[in-house]
Design a protein. Structure first.
Length: 242
């Protein structure tokens, strides 16, 4: 190998080492997010490899519907958050986890992030399934809805997106909040399902978790002032006073 080839190989090795170090630091900065994402990746692979009968069994077995909540309340509430119905959407969820969950976890810490997500997931599941039960008792929904598949990560994602609003500085925060309310509220106002109710509840819980953000910095976004801008009047006044 000539000198140019050796230098190119060293540069490539250095670049790979840098990328690996940055990737490892990125993952370590939000461990809960990436462990959760890893488990979802594994369960998605299981669904891809399973037969149709097996994946139907797994979905219903790990669902947090009325039937499973009555039989195994703690297990169903926990396990239902590690499955997604459509494994082909895993890449989309991976992007959303990095944009929302990872940012919240790095910002307020793993335990506060986990508390926000857990409360949002559990409360949204219980309230939405209670609505399903009341609708069944009123004969608005069929009895089979007690066995409806209710799995996924969207409740936790909605609550994390809600608390992330407090990291966005004013006045951009209001645009972000309005966008979230429209995104989750329009389907509900249009006569949405129990899942849409759950999303709205989880989002409200995320907004209500603002005490967990006390003392945490917001993002620094430009608000009409160029970088390096300083108030010249104040400096002149100080010089004149001296």
């Amino acid at each position: 190998m000539n000198r140019d080839g050796a230098r190119a190989a060293r540069r490539s090795a250095a670049a790979l080492h840098w990328l690996f170090a940055r990737g490892r630091a990125w993952v370590h900065s939000a461990p809960g997010t990436h462990i959760w994402l890893l488990i979802i990746g594994v369960t998605s692979l299981v669904i891809v490899a399973a037969s149709q009968d097996l994946d139907n069994f797994l979905f219903h077995r790990n669902s947090s519907n009325i039937h499973q909540l009555n039989k195994h309340p703690l297990r169903s509430l926990l396990v239902s958050g590690f499955w997604i119905e459509n494994p082909s959407s895993f890449l989309l969820y991976a992007v959303l986890f990095e944009l929302v969950h990872a940012n919240v976890e790095r910002w307020i810490g793993t335990w506060r992030w986990l508390l926000t997500v857990a409360v949002g997931h559990v409360a949204a599941t219980l309230v939405s399934q209670e609505i399903v039960l009341l609708s069944i008792e009123k004969h608005s929904l069929p009895h089979s809805m007690k066995h409806v598949v209710d799995i996924g990560v969207s409740y936790g994602l909605a609550s994390a997106a809600g608390v992330l609003a407090y990291r966005v500085p004013l006045p951009w925060r209001w645009a972000y909040v309005v966008g979230l309310v429209l995104f989750f509220g329009v389907p509900l106002a249009a006569g949405g399902t129990f899942t849409d109710v759950g999303h709205a509840i989880a989002l409200a819980i995320g907004f209500a978790c603002w005490p967990l953000t006390w003392g945490r910095p917001t993002w620094r976004l430009p608000v009409g002032r160029p970088p390096g801008w300083r108030p010249t009047v104040g400096r002149g006044a100080r010089r004149g006073a001296s």
